[in-house]
Structures are given as structure tokens and as C-alpha cells.
Ligand binder design. Structure first.
Ligand code: C2E
Ligand code: MG
Ligand code: MG
Length: 559
């Protein structure tokens, strides 16, 4: 766009003239007042007061150097300290050529010689500098994060990549800073205070980064990036951040966590290097005793393991590497326990890692939605197994399958499982759906809706891991269920700990009130078994009877 056009648009810019001699202020005012709104200050202190007050409204400062109270150099130093103020161009008014270098160092954009030149020349200079800075700001606005003035994420990555390309021998660290539970901060104190926290943290990071030949950037929300020459540790950085935070009103409540990926290797993409630093930081998300975490070999291996699993899942499904085991559930109401059902539990017989337990991949696949692939596979296997047993023994032993909270977010889930059941030639009541407690923390409306639709079709709903720690208690009143599965941790200590025993008693009372049977999971010992029986627990699943076994092995439970 034509520079002149932007410049001549009819908004009147505001200029601050700072000079201790009245005559000088008058001369400059006379030159400028036709074209600009002009503000005046007679010394550095007054100037700073105007700058604080008008801030981003100022298009230019014309600054005398020699003044009482606070001189021009000090004003420039002060302005540099503030993210907004440092972007206001300064033209220094001076009669001494020697002062020019010193002024440039402090960020001056240009000079006007005293005694003053022809008015047209001064006006032209003022115009030019304002236009120049406005253009620069427009370009910068894509480069920089508007709120904090740090580099935007994409520019940050770009600069860091360039640096690593041009200086391959420099040892560099990737550092990611997060503010713990920042959303809470916004909710508690409002967006303005939230912005203030972000700016404070950003300021401290920038200072540190610049000191060690680095750059700083901001990602989404409360994520900050720093790319710096390698440091042995970041204790001093943590201390500086803490100091900046504690120094500010209200901001002192904020806490950060720092993830560091040291001496990043040349063949690692910059984005990946920072993702790893972030991953390290996230390992201490809920650990308030730690502020810094370093990406290490263990994490590297874990990450590679997980990436491999993600890469291999489609193949694993196609080649039937997933194995579905069945663990019996017994009804213990009467003297002799009776086989009452089974739970389908998955494992992955991975060609490289051997037998991988669900603990290693369920939550990983929940994070990226891949869990649906696994669960669909398991549901089909379970349904077909029910059918086989029915054909062989003439009775349908219901099998429970696990349903992840991610599965429930898919509107099609009810029809999908209905299709699976039809295809296998069994009844919906033969397939019990275990919905884990963590599902109750997400969209409860949708969950209740899905559960009701399942029950209308005749499926049995079991609440899995009851008491494990989420919000299942208040869901009990709004969501219809058929079975309550008590989390293993209560069973564990039922004979060792008075509190656990009381808890178990209480759960039995709740179940009684809701009129649903209780399944106790993870029963291993005889005395756990008898205590639970005495408490009126209807069903038991655990190593006491059997570990999860293959369908062939399961045959023995029918005999
Ligand atoms: P869960 O649904 O609560 O399953 C019970 C877990 O307890 C199973 O672990 C089972 O092997 C184990 N267990 C049963 N009895 C005992 C016992 O007496 N002592 C001990 N120490 N453990 C016992 P597993 O098979 O490792 O599964 C862990 C979790 O992974 C399951 O917890 C479930 O949440 C999830 N999971 C397993 N299979 C699937 C699946 O196909 N889909 C989904 N979405 N999740 C699954
Ligand atoms: Mg389960
Ligand atoms: Mg469970």
C-alpha cells in the first residue's frame, strides 16, 4: 500500500515534546500544532508521567537530552523497560554530535539538531519517522504476539530453525514455560489480571532469553517458549520468574512449571524439540513441589514407545494382534459360587514389544481417538465369544466390555454396538457395557442421553471403578445404571483399614438404595471374599477365582 496514503489518513497523531526550556517547546509547538496534537513536558519526570498515561496513543516523542530532575537518557532507559513504551519512536533533540551514538544505543530513531532547522525540514522528519514506525508495527503484528510483544509461535519456530541452521555448532536448549492452572486464574480474577500474569511472565522470560543470546516466544494461552544457549541448569531462571511473579499484585498467586530439553540435536525438528520440552514440563503438572523438569532418556524411550504404538495400531488391528481375554465373575449369594459372567480385557501381542498391557495404551489411544479402533475390535470379539459359548453350552453367559469416554462422544455408538450384537446373533442383554468413572467428568448431558438410549435397547450398564476419584457420586442420581462395580482400592484394604471397611459398607448401602447389585473387583484373598460376602456383595471378580484367561482356558469354568 502507498505509505503516504496510510500516513495522510485523517487521524491526528499525538506527539509529546519534552524540553526544559520554554522557548524550545514554543518553537516546536508552533511548527507541529497545525498537523498534530501536541503534549508538553518540561523534564524527564513529567515526560514519563505523560507516557504512562497516554502510552500507546503517542505516535512520537521529541526528547531533549539535558534536563533537570531526569535527563533524556534516563527517559529512554525507562521507556525500554516497558513492552508498549519501547515501541514509541523517539527523536532526540541535541546540539552535540557526541550524544548521538549514546542515543542510538538507547533506541533513538532519529535526531533533530539544535538550534532548529527550517520548520519544513523538521516537519518532514517527524512525518517520516512516524510513518516508518507505523509500517514496522504492521509488519511486526504478525511477527509478534500482541499482548506480550514476544515472538508469535510460528515466527519463533522460524527464527529458531534458522539459528540452528546457521550455527550448527552452538549447543542450544529448548525451554517451555507453562502457568499452572491458568484458566482458574482467569476465572478467579478476571481476564485483565490474567493478561497481567501473562505479561509479567513474558517479560521475565524475554529478559532471560536475551541475556543468554536467545529468543522468546508465546504459543497458545499460557505457553511460552525460549530458545537459548545451553545452561547447566535453570534454577536461576526459575528464581527470576518467581521473583517477577511475587513482585506483582495478585500475580504472586500464579505458579509456573518449566520443561527443558537440553542440547537439542541437529536432526531433531525444532517443533519436536519443543514438544519434548513441553512433555517434560507436563510430567510435573500436578506436582507443586517441582518447578523444573528435564527431558531425559526415560522420557525419550517412553515417547518413542508410544509413537511406535500409534504408528502400528492399524496394522495390529488388521493382523489381529490384539488379544481378548476373559475374566470370570461369580455370583456369591449362595454357599456355592456360581459363574455369572465375564469381563473382556484386551492385550496387544506386539511383534516388537511382546505382550503389552492395556495400562500402556488405553489412555494414550484415548488422547488421540484411536481407542475406538481397539474397542470396536474388542466388542466384536466379545460378542462372537458369547455366541460361541451359547452354541457350545446352551447358556448365554453375559460378557462385559469396557466403553471409553471417547467412544461415548461418538453419536453413532449405540447403533454400532447394536449392529455388532445383531451380527453375532446375540441379545443386547448379553453384552454389558462398563463405563468407566472418568467418563462422568465430561459432558454429562450427552452421557446420560447415550446411556438411556442403550438401556432402551436392552443393554446393561455397569458403572466401572466406582469411587476411584471422579464425580460418579452425583451422577448416580441422574443416570440410570444396572450394576455398580466397586474400584479395586476399596477391596484391597477392606480387612486392613477401618476406613476402607466403612467405605465398603457405605457403598453397599448406596447400591441397596439404588436397588442395583454390586460387583467387587480385584478380590484376591479368601478373607476379602468372606468379608464382602458378609457385607452383602453379590458378585466378585478377581484373582481369587481367576486371572483373565483365553477363551479356551475359560471353558473350564463352565464345567
Ligand atoms: P478395569 O476395567 O477396571 O479392569 C479390571 C482390571 O483389574 C484388569 O486389568 C484386570 O486384569 C485387573 N484385575 C482383575 N482382578 C484382579 C486382581 O485380583 N488383582 C489385581 N491386581 N488385578 C486384577 P487390565 O486387564 O490390566 O486392564 C486395566 C484397565 O484397562 C481396565 O480396568 C480397563 O479400564 C482398561 N481396559 C482393558 N481392556 C479394555 C478395552 O478393551 N477397552 C477399554 N477402553 N479399556 C480397557
Ligand atoms: Mg472394566
Ligand atoms: Mg474396573
Amino acid at each position: 500500500m502507498d505509505e503516504e496514503l496510510i500516513y495522510l489518513s485523517n487521524i491526528k497523531r499525538t506527539i509529546l515534546v519534552v524540553d526544559d526550556e520554554e522557548i524550545n517547546r514554543e518553537i516546536l509547538g508552533g511548527i507541529l500544532e497545525d498537523s498534530y496534537d501536541v503534549l508538553y513536558a518540561a523534564d524527564g519526570n513529567e515526560a514519563m508521567a505523560v507516557i504512562e498515561d497516554k502510552g500507546p496513543l503517542l505516535s512520537l516523542v521529541l526528547l531533549d537530552l539535558m534536563m533537570p530532575v531526569m535527563d533524556g537518557f534516563e527517559v529512554m532507559d525507562e521507556m525500554q523497560k516497558d513492552i508498549i513504551h519501547r515501541n514509541i519512536p523517539v527523536i532526540v533533540l541535541t546540539s552535540e554530535e557526541s550524544a548521538e551514538i549514546e542515543s542510538l544505543k538507547r533506541g533513538a530513531a532519529d535526531f533533530i539538531k539544535k538550534p532548529y532547522d527550517m520548520p519544513e525540514k523538521i516537519l518532514a522528519r517527524v512525518k517520516r519517522i512516524i510513518a516508518l514506525f507505523e509500517d514496522r508495527m504492521i509488519i511486526q503484528s504478525t511477527e509478534r504476539d500482541e499482548l506480550t510483544g514476544l515472538l508469535s509461535k510460528s515466527y519463533f519456530y522460524e527464527y529458531a530453525s534458522l539459528q540452528s541452521k546457521f550455527y550448527p555448532d552452538r549447543k542450544m536448549d529448548a525451554v517451555v514455560v507453562n502457568i499452572n492452572h491458568f484458566h482458574l486464574f482467569n476465572e478467579l480474577y478476571g481476564m485483565n489480571e490474567g493478561d497481567r500474569v501473562l505479561c509479567t511472565v513474558a517479560g521475565a522470560i524475554k529478559t532471560y532469553a536475551e541475556r543468554y543470546d536467545g529468543i522468546a516466544g508465546r504459543g497458545e494461552g499460557d505457553i511460552f517458549y525460549m530458545y537459548v544457549t545451553h545452561r547447566d541448569d535453570y534454577e536461576d531462571f526459575a528464581a527470576e520468574l518467581k521473583k517477577a511473579i511475587t513482585g506483582e499484585y495478585r500475580v504472586h498467586n500464579a505458579q509456573v512449571r518449566i520443561g527443558v530439553n537440553e542440547c537439542i540435536e541437529q536432526d531433531v525438528r525444532i517443533e519436536m524439540a519443543f514438544e519434548r520440552a513441553n512433555m517434560a514440563g507436563n510430567t510435573i503438572r500436578d506436582d507443586f513441589s517441582r518447578v523444573i523438569a528435564y527431558y531425559d532418556d526415560k522420557m525419550r524411550k517412553q515417547r518413542m514407545f508410544e509413537e511406535k504404538l500409534i504408528q502400528d495400531i492399524a496394522d495390529g488391528i488388521a493382523r489381529s494382534q490384539f488379544i481378548v481375554l476373559f475374566q470370570p465373575k461369580y455370583n456369591i449369594k449362595n454357599d456355592k459360587p456360581v459363574l455369572a459372567g465375564a469381563e473382556a480385557l484386551v492385550r496387544w501381542d506386539h511383534p516388537e514389544f511382546g505382550m503389552v498391557s492395556p495400562g500402556s495404551f488405553i489412555s494414550l489411544f484415548e488422547e488421540n481417538g484411536l481407542i475406538q479402533l481397539v474397542d470396536d475390535y474388542v466388542w466384536r470379539a466379545a460378542a462372537h465369544q458369547v455366541r460361541k459359548w451359547k452354541d457350545k453350552y446352551g447358556v448365554a453367559v453375559p460378557v462385559s466390555v469396557n466403553v471409553s469416554r471417547i467412544d461415548i462422544q461418538d453419536e453413532a455408538i449405540v447403533d454400532n454396538i447394536l449392529d455388532i450384537v445383531k451380527e453375532a446373533g446375540i441379545e443386547p442383554k448379553d453384552l454389558h457395557l462398563e463405563i468407566t468413572e472418568s467418563a462422568y467428568a465430561s459432558d454429562t448431558h450427552q452421557l446420560v442421553d447415550v446411556v438411556e438410549r442403550f438401556r432402551d435397547r436392552g443393554f446393561m450398564i455397569e458403572m466401572d471403578d466406582f469411587g476411584a476419584g471422579y464425580s460418579s457420586l452425583n451422577m448416580l442420581t441422574s443416570m440410570p445404571i444396572d450394576v455398580l462395580k466397586v474400584d479395586m482400592k476399596f477391596v484391597r484394604g477392606v480387612n486392613e483399614d477401618e476406613k476402607n471397611f466403612r467405605m465398603m459398607e457405605l457403598i453397599m448401602e448406596i447400591a441397596d438404595f439404588l436397588n442395583v447389585p454390586v460387583v467387587a473387583e480385584g478380590v484376591e484373598e479368601e478373607d476379602q471374599y468372606s468379608t464382602l460376602k458378609d457385607l452383602g456383595c453379590e458378585m466378585i471378580q478377581g484373582y481369587y477365582f481367576s486371572k483373565p484367561v483365553s477363551p479356551d482356558e475359560f471353558d473350564k469354568f463352565f464345567e
